[in-house]
Design a protein around this ligand. Sequence first.
Ligand code: BG6
Length: 482
Amino acid sequence: MVSRVIPVRSFDLVIFGATGDLAKRKIFPSLFRRFLAGQVPQDSQIIGAARSNLSRKTFSDLVKNSIKNVNELNIKENDLKKFLKCLNYIQIDATGSDGWNELKKVLRPSKIQAFYFSVSPSIFGSLAQSLHNYEITHENIRIVVEKPFGRNLETSKQLNIILSEHFKEEQIYRIDHYLGKETVQNLMAIRFGNMLFEPLWNAQYVDHIQITVSETVGVGDRSEYYDHSGAMRDMVQNHLMQLLCLIAMEPPARFEPDSVRDEKLKVIRALDPVAPHHIVRGQYGSGSDHADYRADVDNKNSKTESFVALKVNISNYRWAGVPFYIRTGKRLKARTSEIAVVFKEKPHSIFGPEARNHQNALIIRLQPDEGITMDVTIKEPGPGGMRLIDVPLDMTFSETLGLDVDAVPDAYERLIMDVIRGNQTLFMRGDEVEAAWRWTDPIINGWIERNDVPKPYDSGSSGPYDSLNLLEREGRKWREIM
Ligand code: BG6
């Protein structure tokens, strides 16, 4: 498979928070890979902006090291050298006056200009205000903001208000990196590029849907942030909600930003409140090489969840009565993200009662080993009568398409290029984020009111027993995490 690289127009990209973790882990390595692929024109300018007093050389070394740390590629010094020529650095005080005039001077009005707010949301307002005060903003610039976009409905509304004072919605790119993943986009291709699935994609044929995003890592060095967030805010309100929307939404009229986002919003608005007995929260225990959650976050009374499983209902014509089971957690058995659409049992078994219990399932695997599997029922080969077995029709993309997985752009690569191209389809709109919080808030507030304590679970397991029971008591079963 040959991928097609369409270069973007050359640009000035300012990264506020350029010495921070996200910039080092994701933004610079992603830009470098797109540069290597020939998508970033050599006369583009990447301007790091941060509080530290760094020389251009020191900044360039920082970027070089961050690229070397992340890319497993054999990096050619010459390529790196060419890329580093695109860099510039300006010491800037987000809340004061230092650096803004210098920044204005280096920006080139003829180029696309984008400003990446890779900083705490608490300074979004100051940055927006300074961009305005120093007359850097104009209607063609774009700003990029990261999650967490607020920690509840109230704070997300405030952020939207702050940003909307200086930018139009068409200028604001709210990143949810799950939307940039290859297979997440494939969800739309599978649903709306094939005639096969759409007629079956409804309550008449679908028994239930499972969405699992499991991780093997713990909270790492983000313990303070995580202990104030938990899995519900960190993963469900954004990543899992987006997956649910793409699975459940009506076909948009066009693959265009507002058509897609309108349909996603309708799904979020149709979500029922979740009853307490349809929620399971968990907290991981210790393992052979790591401490338990409470020690990791250094809070022995923490009631924050590192795992959550929910049964969610969508009250609309297409999905009424079809449960969506979603779960996510840290320190689980394996790193895997997948969506399983489990179809109903056939209405009648012509092969007798023992041939029942064969349900077709379409599995969309997001990571690792991206691909699609369809479980179909066939006759077991050989003599012995009509015995049925389920086999997977397997389309792992790396094998079927001869795809070099390393060459597929990572989510951030794709999303940053979309910012430059001015395509908002894979970014969240303000009303979408607010609607997601409107649904999430009562769940979190319910825990606080009930003084809910998460159930402990073994590290390396599939989560608390109660989460298995969430399905088993309804005669269903989670797919193995593997
Ligand atoms: C982030 C969360 O948004 O997504 C992290 O804050 C989580 O806690 C990460 O580990 C998972 O992303 P991915 O791409 O590794 O599945």
